[in-house]
Design a protein around this ligand. Structure first.
Ligand code: 8YV
Length: 325
């Protein structure tokens, strides 16, 4: 008998077909977000689940899922999963690191450039028919080249962002739980380790790429925003809860900082409506990893993780052309 698994969200059909070789798959190709109760009822008879950041895998859910042996997140972040409870219950938890580093770093730059140079704001203005003549002061933004970049969270994605800054002649400051080795600092455009406050005071552009946890909740709130330069930009690629959205809305409205580029929000997708009224913010719907090859690689990685967790002795690998036929 094949183990039973739940694919909690829609995914590339090839992934479902690949998984069906090994598992009895309950899929969700209509892509509904399950309520906690619905998720619990679907997990009743499942041995494994492939989840995304949208599914909360709580201690209660784990306790109510007697057969569950593996929760495989299709994401590098896993703050949606109670890992302590899972470990106690003997449930393996996996994520999809590395495969998304470069794509997410690219998007960090897209948001930084769009935010500093007011790309989306000026496009909206143009589309609304306001462009009648050239003006010396139209959409003046901040320079990116030659500026000081502050990166909070210098993991693999943070380092990939820093490496790209070499081409913009930037100085890089970073703050992290621990300091990188001198070799890694050198590869990350000679990034300099500083305290969070010093970084916020000195950086022209701040990018957040740290994991979300109780400790990193509201890493950026009113006090931190007050330390930033009035012309600074803030980019959040990490998780919504890392920034206090109400404090950020106030800072943007009062021009305490120049602008923000946000791919993640507290309570997403129901982002705070006040963001929509601000012109100095670039808003994207949690798409930093959304290039076609990377989303395929993430799905492939989660599927392989599930296979390794539930059928460790099975002949593998997946047919190599499964996801890129
Ligand atoms: C995912 C992400 O697209 O990997 C992560 O942690 O935030 C994104 O790449 C999203 O979380 C879906 O699970």
């Amino acid at each position: 008998m094949k183990p039973k698994i739940l694919m909690a969200r829609a995914v590339f059909p090839e992934v479902i077909a690949g998984l069906q070789q090994y598992f009895e798959v309950e899929s969700n190709q209509e892509d509904r977000i399950f309520s906690a109760a619905e998720l619990a009822s679907r997990l009743q008879d499942k041995d494994g689940v492939i989840a995304t950041a949208s599914e909360r895998i709580s201690a209660e859910l784990l306790a109510a899922s007697p057969r569950l042996k593996a929760v495989c997140n299709q994401a590098v972040g896993y703050n949606n999963i109670d890992v302590v409870a899972a470990t106690k219950a003997g449930v393996m938890v996996t994520n999809t690191p590395d495969v998304l580093n470069e794509t997410t770093a690219d998007f960090g730059w897209a948001l930084l450039m769009a935010t500093a140079r007011r790309v989306t704001e000026s496009e909206h203005w143009l589309r609304a028919g306001h462009w009648k003549q050239w003006r010396y002061d139209s959409f003046l933004g901040a320079d990116v080249h030659g500026a000081t970049l502050g990166i909070i969270g210098m993991g693999r994605i943070g380092q990939a962002i820093a490496r790209r800054s070499l081409g913009f002649d930037m100085q890089v400051l970073y703050h992290n739980r621990s300091r990188l080795s001198p070799e890694l600092e050198a590869r990350a455009n000679q990034a300099r380790y500083v305290g969070k406050e010093e970084l916020l005071r000195q950086a022209d552009h701040v990018i957040l790429v740290l994991p979300y946890s109780k400790e990193s909740h509201h890493t950026i709130g009113a006090a931190e925003l007050a330390l930033m330069k009035p012309g600074a930009t803030l980019v959040n690629l990490a998780r919504g809860g890392i920034v206090d959205d109400l404090a950020l809305i106030a800072a943007l409205r009062d021009h305490k900082i120049a602008a923000a580029g946000l791919d993640v929000f507290e309570n997403e997708p129901a982002l705070h409506p006040d963001f929509l009224d601000l012109s100095n913010v670039v808003l994207t719907p949690h798409i930093a990893s959304a290039s076609e090859p990377t989303r395929r690689a993430m799905a492939d990685c989660a599927a392989r993780n599930l296979l390794a967790a539930l059928l460790p002795d099975k002949d593998r690998p997946f047919p190599p052309n499964l996801l890129n036929p």
